[in-house]
Write a protein that binds this ligand. Structure first.
Ligand SMILES: Nc1ncnc2c1ncn2[C@@H]1O[C@H](COP(=O)(O)OP(=O)(O)OP(=O)(O)O)[C@@H](O)[C@H]1O
Length: 953
């Protein structure tokens, strides 16, 4: 028992001691831990080196990842390059197979309500065949690369054009034409309207997309010109930069470079960085194009409009050329004069268009037959397009036809022409043995193209992802080699970066030295800004060495009625272009030679010369690009906007322009409309002064009852706008004058009404002026016909005039009737208050001059009986009044302004009086005199030179 008590007591002691020990140990432990913690906070941690090594490892890993990504990017880059090359090859194979010249046919929809019921003469059979219904049981089939039926959209058309644009990015020259009869929709296809943009704006957009998509940096420039009556006119040069020169000599000239390329001297080239800039310029150029109203089209293009986009990319070895160009051409409409019933200037324009189209046909025919000589020089059109037609270039012709039965003949011609063009195979055509085989290969190539396109997209996606990854990795600590990051995700915005930042506009006179313009050619082109823009390259008269060989350029028009159309002229010039260059230059189809002289002495023939020339060309070409910062696109547009009036019919620059009509063709953007409205205001201001003067004059007529010579002279020299306002006595806009259909109207008014019905008032004035000019010309033409007694080419005018009046019979009769009633009671000038009464007063005054032969006749009878007798409703036209008076010898006008011409004419008349054949000559002189008067009349509307030139043929 005792023992057990003893062991319990020991056990308790043990427990106690153990508890003590525990307490001690715990405190020690706690102290130790505290100490450790203390030490950890104060001392260098023992794990710091390990952490360092971890972060180093991490950095190392990041670098590795970046390197890896970059390596992957390199691989993908190479892969993309490879795919690009393959795609290019496949595309070219495909295009070669399809033919270097491809022809599409577009059938215009029936748009006029009245012909909806008419049978269609041209019908799309399928996507590549057209049927022409020639009669009840007769039809003809035409095959094309693609046929667009009347319902096809602009999108569909462009989808077929797109490969050509891609090909252009690959360095091929390309040319897209719109060909066809007038009014068949060429301009609609090429230009389109605000809602449905045409081929040109779409092509520009696609071009920028493709350029951004490629690996290269592009320098893109934009130019626009028109070929009007055989003369090249820059559509981008603001009016104020032109010298007030004869419009006939404002033509740009064409030059060839040593490699066979074509350059247009002094053509403005504006560097564009994005689609918007190019599109703005295109809108601007289109506005300045010559358009006019014809029987076939109220807004007919009277010229060929050529839009050029040049692409340059250095170090892009896989591209076909370093610099290539795309021409997009809206050709003037082919027209049959008998059908369009044009006369005067419209007739000449149509003739010029037809002749140059025929020259184009000849060129194509020669290319087709692989003739050694291709007559490129027969027209300005083919000269300009020389290096873009034929082998090694892509040509696309969009032939337009009308479905109307009335237009069957024209459709036959257009389709025949297009078929001729389509037969050309300029490229490699080994694979074209059989149609079936060809189509098989084409389908295969198309599949291949699709596959390549998909692969490209995949690779591009991968590249984009890797770039993003790389961006994230390098955001914290950009690696030194980030600059080597060669691929930045490409967005459309990058286009601007890729296509270089600098915006410049420079005339293409920044050419190699041997292509620099001469003083005479500068003078001829009439562009005064060149010197200012680029003094370095401009030809300085002072610095030029006096050389005996220097001569002025002379241009002798070929004495032929076809002068305009054939664009023929002979020019022999030996001009020094600069210190060491001499070139022979012509203004037309005559050969354009480039001869480079060594610094001193005569040219040495042979290889050395051409090498030197090529070398110089290469070096200057490099300096040509991006050298001069002259104008930004915005500045350039600003210059245009600041112009007081852009429509030049009443300005001193002699250019015949009718602004396009937004209502009819929707050519103008809203901005353009605003511009036009602004111009209208300017016109009103401009004419306000003249207006008051006119009122004085008419008051004088009314007061005295006498039409003075100076009044008539004044009235003929005043603008039609002012003249009509004078007669109407309505201050303000002429639009007011023409929209009131109920008011009695003159024949002029009626024609305006007809054309304006479908238009908004923006274009009304321009159209009106065009009509007024036409009418004035017509009267001139009729007068010429009558006085000379010749049945000349103007023979159709009479018929035309009758038709014109026949068309407008109703309002004319009404007008004549009211006038007749009013005329029964004689109104004194003082009593005349209404417009109609003023007309009557004038009519009475005209009567007193015994100018009206038979007022009881209806308008139509009167016209048919004698075009030169005044019908009651023709009295308003003071020009007609003048002609008639003059033809009757009632007036003896004082031509102070042109006294020299008048003296010579008068002396010729005197010396040739009453002498047989000389009598005939006398008549001719009379004709010339009349032309002189008309010339004065059209002086203020900027017509005189063209007018004389045309009439004196
Ligand atoms: N495919 C089409 N769809 C709708 N309208 C069209 C189409 N083609 C032409 N038009 C219309 O027909 C009219 C004449 O077209 P456009 O002026 O383009 O003819 P054009 O061939 O250029 O004539 P020109 O040679 O006289 O200049 C325009 O009002 C145009 O809007």
């Amino acid at each position: 028992m005792m023992e057990s008590r003893k062991s319990v007591r020991n056990l308790a002691k043990s427990i106690h001691s153990l508890l003590g020990l525990k307490k001690q140990l715990t405190s020690n432990w706690a102290d130790s831990v505290c100490n450790i913690i203390k030490d950890m906070s104060t001392e260098e941690p023992f794990t710091s080196s390990a952490t360092k090594s971890t972060s180093e490892n991490q950095e190392c890993d990041a670098d590795c990842i970046i390197t890896e990504i970059q390596a992957n990017l390199d691989v993908l880059d190479a892969q993309l390059n490879q795919l690009n090359i393959q795609r290019k090859q496949t595309l070219n194979e495909l295009l070669d197979l399809k033919g270097n010249i491809r022809v599409f046919c577009r059938i215009r929809p029936l748009i006029e309500e009245k012909i909806v019921g008419n049978p269609k003469s041209v019908v799309a059979l399928d996507s590549s065949n057209v049927i022409l219904k020639l009669g009840e049981n007769k039809s003809k089939r035409y095959s094309f690369d693609k046929v667009f039926d009347p319902g096809s959209s602009q999108d569909e058309v462009f989808s077929e054009v797109e490969p050509v644009i891609k090909s252009a990015v690959d360095g091929y020259n390309a040319c897209i034409f719109a060909y066809g009869q007038t009014g068949t929709g060429k301009t609609f296809t090429m230009e389109g309207n605000h809602d449905c943009p045409g081929v040109v704006p779409r092509a520009i957009e696609e071009l920028f997309k493709q350029a951004a998509d490629s690996n290269h940096t592009f320098h893109i420039t934009f130019s626009m010109l028109e070929i009007y009556m055989g003369h090249l006119r820059d559509l981008l040069v603001p009016q104020q930069m032109r010298k007030p020169m004869d419009s006939m000599t404002q033509s740009l000239s064409i030059q060839t470079d040593p490699c066979g390329g074509v350059e247009i001297e002094n053509l403005v080239e504006i560097r564009v960085n994005n689609f918007n800039q190019a599109n703005k310029l295109y809108g601007l150029g289109s506005r300045f194009r010559s358009t006019a109203s014809t029987n076939s089209n109220p807004s007919s293009s009277r010229s060929h409009c050529l839009t050029r986009i040049s692409l340059t990319s250095f170090n892009a070895t896989e591209r076909r050329r370093e610099t290539n160009k795309i021409w997009m051409v809206d050709l003037g409409g082919s027209e049959r004069v008998l059908k369009t019933k044009t006369w005067g200037r419209r007739f000449e324009e149509g003739k010029a268009i037809n002749l140059s189209l025929s020259a184009l046909g000849d060129v194509i025919s020669a290319l087709q037959r692989r003739r050694p000589h291709v007559p490129f020089r027969n027209s300005k059109l083919t000269q300009v397009l020389k290096d873009s037609l034929g082998e090694d270039s892509r040509t696309l012709m969009l032939v337009h036809v009308s479905p109307k039965e009335d237009d069957l003949c024209e459709s036959v011609c257009s389709l025949g022409f297009a078929t001729r063009v389509r037969n050309i195979h300029l490229g490699s055509n080994e694979l074209t043995d059989t149609q079936g085989k060809k189509e098989l290969v084409m389908a295969k190539l198309l599949g291949e193209m699709k596959r390549l396109e998909n692969d490209r997209q995949d690779v591009k996606e991968d590249i984009k992802k890797l770039n993003e990854e790389l961006g994230q990795l390098t955001r914290t600590k950009p690696p030194d080699n980030l600059v080597a990051l060669h691929r930045i995700p490409e967005t459309n915005d990058n286009t601007e970066k890729k296509i270089q930042q600098e915006e410049t506009v420079a005339p293409s006179s920044q050419l190699p030295t041997f292509m620099q313009p001469t003083i005479c050619s500068k003078r001829r082109s009439g562009i005064g800004f060149t010197k200012g823009l680029n003094k370095k390259n401009s030809v300085s008269t002072r610095n030029r060495k006096p050389l005996s060989t220097r001569a002025e350029s002379l241009c002798f028009p070929i004495k032929d009625a076809s002068e305009y159309g054939s664009e023929c002229s002979i020019a022999r010039t030996t001009c020094l272009a600069d210190y060491e260059t001499e070139y022979s230059h012509t203004t037309s189809e005559c050969e354009t030679k480039t001869v480079v002289l060594p610094k001193q002495g005569k040219p040495k023939m042979g290889l050395a010369r051409s090498e030197a020339r090529n070398g110089r060309y290469e070096s200057t070409k490099a300096s040509r690009i991006g050298l001069s910062k002259c104008f930004t696109v915005e500045n350039w547009l600003q210059i245009h906007n600041n112009e007081p009036t852009t429509c030049s019919y009443n300005r001193g620059n002699k250019r015949v322009l009718a602004l396009p009509l937004p209502g009819v063709k929707n050519r103008c953007s809203d901005r353009t409309k605003i511009d036009i409205l602004h111009q209208d205001e300017m016109h009103n201001q401009e004419f306000a002064e003249k207006e008051s003067y006119d009122h004085d004059k008419i008051d004088k007529i009314i007061d005295t009852g006498v039409i003075d010579d100076d009044i008539v002279t004044e009235s003929i020299t005043s603008s039609p706008f002012s003249r009509l306002k004078m007669m109407k006595k309505i201050p303000g806009s002429l639009d007011d004058f023409v929209v009131n259909e109920d008011s009695p109207t003159s024949p002029l008014d009626i024609s305006f009404d007809r054309s304006i019905k479908n238009e908004d008032c923006c274009g009304g004035r321009e159209r009106l002026t065009e009509h007024a000019l036409e009418d004035r010309e017509n009267l001139g033409d009729k007068f010429v016909e009558d006085r000379s007694g010749y049945n000349t080419s103007f023979g159709m005018d009479k018929k035309n005039c009758i038709n014109r009046n026949r068309d407008s019979k109703e309002p004319v009769s009404k007008s004549a009737f009211e006038l007749e009633n009013l005329s029964l009671n004689t109104i004194t000038p003082d009593e005349a208050t209404t417009d109609l009464e003023i007309k009557v007063v004038i009519n009475q005054m005209v009567q007193t001059e015994d100018l009206v032969s038979d007022r009881s006749m209806t308008g139509e009878e009167c016209v048919e009986k004698d075009l030169h007798k005044f019908s009651p409703y023709m009295e308003l036209d003071s020009t007609a009044c003048l002609h008639t008076m003059q033809s009757q010898g009632a007036l003896n006008l004082n031509l102070n302004e042109d006294s020299d011409q008048e003296d010579s004419i008068m002396s010729a008349v005197e010396s040739q009086e009453n002498t047989g054949i000389l009598n005939l000559l006398g008549q001719k002189v009379q004709v010339l005199r009349a032309i002189g008067l008309l010339g004065l009349g059209v002086h203020t509307v900027g017509f005189e030179h063209d007018f004389f030139y045309g009439l004196m043929q």
